[in-house]
Design a protein around this ligand. Structure first.
Ligand code: SF4
Ligand code: SF4
Ligand code: SF4
Length: 433
C-alpha cells in the first residue's frame, strides 16, 4: 500500500522572524494540524514495528504473566493487559502517534489505581481513613510524592519522617528503588508513562472534545510554581520534621487514604485535599485540556525535572524545520514549551516526554533525542527500509523503555482492577476477600 508522507516535512521555513513572532502571539491555537491521513515523520515501517512490538510482548509476558503463574486468575488478567499494551505499542510504532495511544494506557492506569487502591486498603486494614493506631504501627503506604521531603532529614538526622515501614511492599526502600529505576530509565518521562496520579490528570484533560478555557493569555511563568513549592516543602519538612505536603496539600489524598477527621484541624486539611483535587485534577484539566496539577502544582514533578537530567533522553526542536507557528505551545499539556523556549529551539526541563507536541507539529520539527546525538536530519523516507536504523532510533528506544517500564509497574494494579471489575459484575462488590 502506498504510504502518504507529511507534505511539510521537507519544506523550508518561509516566515521572517517578525512574521513568526506575530503569528505565535496572535494565533497559537489555530496553527495547522497535521494533515489528515498522513503518516508521522516518526512512524516505523511494518517490519520494525512488528519487531519492536514482539520484543516488548516477550518482556512484558515474561514479567507480568510469568510472574503470576501461581495465581491463575491474576495470570489471565495480566495476559489481557499484556495484549492491550502490545496493541497500543504496535499502533505507536506504526503510526508515530505516540501521545494518542500513550494517553489511553496512561488514563487506564490512573483509573485502575483509584479502582484498586481503596478496595485494597479496605481488604488489608478493614477501614480507609488512617487512625492514630495505623500511624503508630507504621502502617501507611509511602508514595513517591513524599521522597523529596525525606531526603534532607534522612541525611542530616538519620530519621524517616513518614510513618511507613522500611521494607514492606509499599514501604520506603521499594519506593526508593522504583524511583531510582524510573529516573534512570525514563527520567522525567515518569510523569507521562509511570505515575498513576498523572494518569488521572491526563484522563480528565482528555474527556471533553473541545477546550473551554483558552490559554492564549496564560502567564507561562506559572510553570515555575512547582519548583518554588518544592523548595518550600523541602525546607519546611526539614525544619518541622513532618511531611508537610502530605499533611496539607496533596490533591490525591482525596482519592487515596487520609487521616480520620477527629478534630477541626483535620477537617480543614481534608477540605483542602478535596478542593485541590476538584480544582487541579478535575475542573481545570477538563476546561483547559491541560494537565494543570502536574504542570502547575506538583512539587515532585519539579523534583523529577531536576533528577531526570541524569537521564539521556530529551525532546528537541529542530531549528531548520521549526517555523515557530506556536501549535506546540498551545498543546503542550504541562506548559513546557513557551515563546522563550521556542526562540532557543528548546523545551523546558519540565517536559514530561509525552509526545503531544510531536503530533501537532505540522513540520515534524520536534523529536525525541538522545543526549549527545545530533537530531536526525533525514525524513521518514530516508529512514524507512533501514530496519536497524529505525529500531535504534532515539524515539524507538525511549518509547520501548517507557512502555516496558510503565507496563511492568502498572501490571499488578491494572490486572487486579480488572479482576475487581469482573467481581463487581458478578457479586456487586469490589472487594476480592
Ligand atoms: S507531576 Fe506529580 S502527579 Fe503529575 S505525573 Fe509527575 S509526579 Fe505524578
Ligand atoms: S516545533 Fe513545530 S509546532 Fe512547534 S512552533 Fe515549531 S513548527 Fe510549530
Ligand atoms: S514539550 Fe512536548 S513532549 Fe514535552 S511535555 Fe510538552 S508536549 Fe509533551
Amino acid at each position: 500500500m502506498k504510504e502518504t508522507v507529511n507534505p511539510f516535512a521537507d519544506a523550508k521555513p518561509r516566515l521572517s522572524r517578525r512574521g513568526r513572532e506575530a503569528r505565535l502571539r496572535v494565533n497559537p491555537e489555530q496553527a495547522p494540524a497535521f494533515m489528515p491521513g498522513s503518516r508521522r515523520v516518526d512512524s516505523h515501517s511494518r517490519g520494525s514495528s512488528i519487531f519492536l512490538t514482539a520484543l516488548l510482548f516477550l518482556f512484558l509476558g515474561f514479567m507480568l504473566i510469568g510472574g503470576n503463574r501461581r495465581n491463575p486468575r491474576m495470570m489471565a488478567a495480566s495476559a489481557v493487559y499484556v495484549v492491550f499494551l502490545t496493541v497500543l505499542a504496535y499502533l505507536i510504532f506504526r503510526t508515530g502517534f505516540v501521545s494518542r495511544y500513550r494517553s489511553i494506557f496512561f488514563s487506564a492506569y490512573g483509573l485502575a489505581f483509584v479502582l484498586g487502591f481503596i478496595p485494597m486498603l479496605l481488604e488489608q486494614r478493614g477501614h480507609l481513613a488512617l487512625t492514630g493506631q495505623d500511624i503508630a504501627n507504621l502502617d501507611t503506604p509511602l508514595c513517591h510524592l513524599t521522597i523529596p521531603m525525606l531526603i534532607v532529614p534522612g541525611l542530616v538526622y538519620g530519621v524517616l519522617i513518614f510513618p511507613t515501614k522500611l521494607f514492606s511492599d509499599l514501604g520506603f526502600f521499594p519506593m526508593l528503588f522504583l524511583w531510582l529505576g524510573a529516573t534512570l530509565t525514563i527520567g522525567k518521562g515518569w510523569c507521562s508513562w509511570g505515575c498513576f496520579y498523572g494518569g488521572l490528570d491526563e484522563f480528565f484533560s482528555k474527556l471533553l472534545p473541545k477546550r473551554r478555557l483558552s490559554s492564549r493569555n496564560f502567564n507561562y511563568k506559572l510553570r515555575w510554581f512547582p519548583f518554588a513549592l518544592l523548595a518550600v516543602i523541602v525546607l519546611w519538612a526539614f525544619l518541622a520534621l513532618e511531611p508537610v505536603y502530605c499533611s496539607w496539600l496533596c490533591p490525591f489524598k482525596a482519592v487515596t487514604e487520609f487521616v480520620k477527621p477527629v478534630n477541626l484541624l483535620i477537617w480543614i486539611q481534608t477540605g483542602l485535599f478535596i478542593a485541590l483535587f476538584l480544582g487541579l485534577v478535575v475542573v481545570l484539566p477538563l476546561l483547559m485540556k491541560r494537565r494543570t496539577q502536574c504542570g502547575l502544582f506538583c512539587p515532585f514533578g519539579a523534583f523529577q525535572s531536576l533528577a531526570g537530567l541524569v537521564n539521556p533522553y530529551r525532546v528537541r526542536v529542530d531549528k531548520d524545520k521549526c517555523t515557530q507557528c506556536g501549535a506546540c505551545v498551545a498543546e503542550c499539556p504541562t506548559f513546557s514549551i513557551t515563546e522563550e523556549t521556542l526562540a532557543k529551539h528548546k523545551v523546558s526541563i519540565s517536559c514530561a516526554r509525552c509526545g503531544r507536541c510531536m503530533e501537532v507539529c505540522p513540520r515534524g520539527a520536534i523529536q525525541y533525542a538522545l543526549l549527545g546525538v545530533p537530531l536526525r536530519g533525514g525524513t521518514e523516507t530516508a529512514a524507512r527500509g533501514r530496519f536497524w536504523k529505525e529500531v535504534v532510533r532515539p524515539d524507538s528506544l525511549f518509547v520501548f523503555a517507557a512502555l516496558l517500564f510503565g507496563g511492568i509497574i502498572s501490571g499488578g494494579m491494572v490486572a487486579s482492577s480488572l479482576l475487581r471489575i469482573l467481581h463487581f459484575v458478578q457479586t456487586g462488590s469490589l472487594l476480592l476477600k
